[in-house]
Design a protein around this ligand. Structure first.
Ligand code: MLT
Length: 264
């Protein structure tokens, strides 16, 4: 489905009834990375997935944009769907956007699931890496970004044994416009440090990380779990950065248990 919000087209899906769970995807993917979660959980909950600006069926203006604007897009979609409060699941860049969302719209957050993400801002070297990746996208196109990203997103075993999943991830990456890859990279490089926010997060929070995640390693998740009051931490074995795709059953079980608890 698509709608016009904040002067752009936003793609989203909305399935099921019950507690709304809103899923925010990783860079440089789109909402279809949540298809397994949608299938497994929409019989129990209202599952909303959104294409963040510049991805999937959502567009973005050709100019600088920020993760705070993506948080505003999520807020606009909630208003459009008449959802007052939801449980939010953000993986990696989706998690960065949840920090921006929480800063502005905490009253809309019933619970948070922060998956394979980190609170800290980019280091100087990290920002330089974003600049170099944008140059690669500009010179060589999204296929070159897929070549670089896939070994960071999936575990070596997944890459060797699950060609369909690798192809699914590659297709998502290759469907991006270069301008939108660059837009995300600038937005992520410019994001503020969310570490000071962690101790102020007052809603129930679940943290999830793949034990083999190299992009946002388990140490980043342990730090968030130590700082956020009463947060829980789950480490999923045999998963790297895209834990929801590599180990969907384990991931869904954690989301479902946390959501059922929130409903009580
Ligand atoms: C993601 O999966 O969203 C990215 O790895 C995040 C990042 O590059 O920091």
């Amino acid at each position: 489905m698509q709608t016009q919000l904040n002067n752009i087209t936003i793609g989203y899906s909305d399935q099921g009834t019950g507690l709304p769970i809103v899923f925010l995807h990783a860079f440089p993917l789109n909402r279809t990375m949540w298809a397994t979660q949608e299938d497994a959980l929409s019989s129990q909950f209202r599952i909303v997935t959104i294409d963040l600006r510049g991805h999937g069926e959502s567009d973005a203006p050709l100019w600088r944009y920020t993760l705070e604007q993506s948080a505003d897009d999520v807020r606009a979609l909630l208003d459009y769907l008449a959802i007052r409060q939801a449980l939010f699941v953000g993986l990696s860049m989706g998690g960065y956007i949840l920090f921006a969302f929480y800063r502005k719209y905490a009253s809309r957050v019933k619970g948070l699931i922060l998956a394979d993400t980190r609170a800290q801002a980019d280091t100087v070297e990290g920002k330089e890496g974003r600049f170099q990746l944008a140059q690669t996208a500009y010179k060589k196109g999204p296929a070159a970004i897929a070549d670089i990203m896939i070994p960071k997103l999936l575990s070596p075993v997944t890459i060797q044994t699950r060609p369909d999943l690798v192809q699914q991830v590659r297709a998502m990456i290759e469907s991006n416009q270069i301008s939108e890859i660059a837009g995300d990279l600038m937005a992520m490089a410019d994001r503020p440090d969310s570490a000071p926010l962690l101790s102020q997060i007052a809603c129930p929070t679940q943290i999830i990380v793949g034990e083999l995640d190299q992009a946002t390693p388990p140490a980043d998740s342990k730090f968030m779990a130590e700082q956020i009051p009463h947060a829980r931490l789950a480490i999923i074995p045999n998963a790297a950065h895209l834990a929801n795709l590599e180990q969907p059953d384990a991931f869904n079980q954690i989301v479902s248990a946390f959501a059922l608890n929130l409903e009580k």
